[in-house]
Every structure is written in structure tokens, then in C-alpha cells.
Design a protein around this ligand. Structure first.
Ligand code: SF4
Ligand code: F3S
Ligand code: FES
Length: 233
């Protein structure tokens, strides 16, 4: 296949503004991943291309990009899922709503600041039992979906509410809060709910559903947000 790969590029040290760079790639395989194409460009055509990746297998969540207008993990999306026939165009941009550092690399710090705000760790100040803190399979199942989150930011950076106001805590942080609010062993649920009830919290969610459509782990994000909303008195 012939692929015209368009990449949104910007190096703040030399460029006045972002621009589209185009690369004509020959003999692309339908089962190549977008990450393979980007690495080909970086390895053989232009080593200055900036992108993040780590695991290459949909686990680490570091290569979320806007590909043909949708937030996707570059290592999970195949060329054949984007282009029909022998030739076509694939367009890759950085995710929206976070400052671009260079090319496809954005500053994730505002995202992780929201993540840290919900205290995404187990809290229980009661004396430790002699053996483990028991939990039934049903209690464990209550927060199973939110444990699947890989913090890829695809949800938060596809949310129009977040685009409009970057101080909105965003769906990813709410999913992390959900993970602990519904854990029967944790005792800080009310503190997390109070944080989410604040002005920049969960009520900025207008049930737009982009987050659910974007999640590469198929977490029912909007549904879990609704479960947390119900807990706020
Ligand atoms: Fe990514 Fe899904 Fe977690 Fe959002 S909920 S950060 S889209 S894995
Ligand atoms: Fe945004 Fe998802 Fe709510 S897209 S408005 S967080 S349902
Ligand atoms: Fe780790 Fe894509 S490189 S999820």
C-alpha cells in the first residue's frame, strides 16, 4: 500500500507555529501499526521527529495520539483499520488540551496533577488485621472496570468539557477515584467525593460520552462517572 502520512509538527525552538509534514511511504503492509510508520519516519526519513512510546503493545498508555481525528494508541491501530484499498492518507496529531512540547509529545504534567488530586492510592488508617483485609468476589467486582485504566489520557483529552476548561479534573482522574471509592477496604471515599464535588470536579462532566468512545481499554467511562455522581450527597 502507498500511504501519505501527515504529521502535525512543531519544534518551539525553531518553528513560529505548527505545520503539517507529509511523508510518502511505499510498501506499507495493511497489518503495520501506525507506530511502525512513525518509527520508520524517525529511523529512516527524519530523526528529529518527536514522539513517545514505550511498551509497543497497548499496556503503558504513552503513545496516545489523535489519528484521523480520533484519540488512539499508535501501537494498537493497524493501517488496514484506517485505509481501504491500495492507497490513502493517515493524519497524526498530538492529543488536544495539553501543551505541546515537541511534535507529538505533550506536557502530561497537568493531567497527572489532576490524577494525584484524587489520592489514587489505598488509604486505611485502622489497625491492620492479624491476617489480610478480606474482600468478597462481589466486593472486588464492584471496582473491577476502573482497575483496567492505563492512564493513557485518551478520555480526558477527547472531552470537550476539558478542552473548554483545562482545570476540569477530567474523566481519567474520576476513574482513578472510582477505583478506590468503591473498594470496601478503603476508608477515604468521602474525602475523594468531596474533592470531586468541588468547582473543577465531576459536575463539569456533561455526559458527552467521547471519553467512553476513546478508551482503548473499553472501560465504560461515562457509566462509572455516573456511579460516582450518585455517591455525592
Ligand atoms: Fe485511558 Fe481509558 Fe484510563 Fe481514560 S479510562 S486514561 S481512556 S485507559
Ligand atoms: Fe467529558 Fe466523558 Fe463527561 S467526554 S463530558 S467526561 S461523559
Ligand atoms: Fe505502550 Fe502504546 S507504546 S501503549
Amino acid at each position: 500500500m502507498d500511504i501519505n502520512l501527515r504529521i502535525r509538527r512543531f519544534n518551539p525552538e525553531v518553528d513560529q507555529k505548527p505545520y503539517w509534514a507529509e511523508y510518502d511511504l511505499k510498501e506499507v503492509q495493511p497489518v503495520d501499526r501506525v507506530l511502525d510508520l512513525l518509527e520508520y519516519v524517525k529511523g529512516y526519513l527524519d530523526g528529529t521527529l518527536g514522539l513517545r512510546r514505550s511498551c509497543g503493545h497497548g499496556i503503558c498508555g504513552s503513545d496516545t495520539m489523535r489519528i484521523n481525528g480520533r484519540n488512539l494508541l499508535a501501537c494498537k491501530v493497524l493501517v488496514k483499520d484506517l485505509v481501504r484499498g491500495d492507497r490513502g492518507t493517515i493524519q497524526v496529531e498530538p492529543i488536544l488540551g495539553l501543551p505541546v512540547i515537541k511534535d507529538l509529545i505533550v506536557d502530561m504534567e497537568p493531567f497527572f496533577e489532576h490524577y494525584r488530586a484524587v489520592m489514587p492510592y489505598f488509604i486505611n488508617d485502622e489497625p491492620a488485621p492479624e491476617r489480610e483485609r478480606l474482600q468478597s468476589p462481589a466486593q472486588r467486582a464492584r471496582f473491577d472496570e476502573s482497575t483496567k485504566c492505563i492512564l493513557c489520557a485518551a478520555c480526558t483529552t477527547s472531552c470537550p468539557s476539558f478542552w473548554a476548561n483545562g482545570t476540569y479534573i477530567g474523566p481519567a482522574a474520576i476513574i482513578q477515584a472510582h477505583r478506590f471509592i468503591f473498594d470496601s477496604r478503603d476508608t477515604a471515599g468521602d474525602r475523594r467525593l468531596a474533592i470531586l464535588a468541588s468547582e473543577q470536579g465531576i459536575w463539569r462532566c456533561r455526559t458527552i460520552f467521547n471519553c467512553t468512545l476513546a478508551c482503548p481499554r473499553e472501560i465504560p467511562v461515562t457509566q462509572l462517572i455516573a456511579e460516582v455522581k450518585k455517591e455525592i450527597k
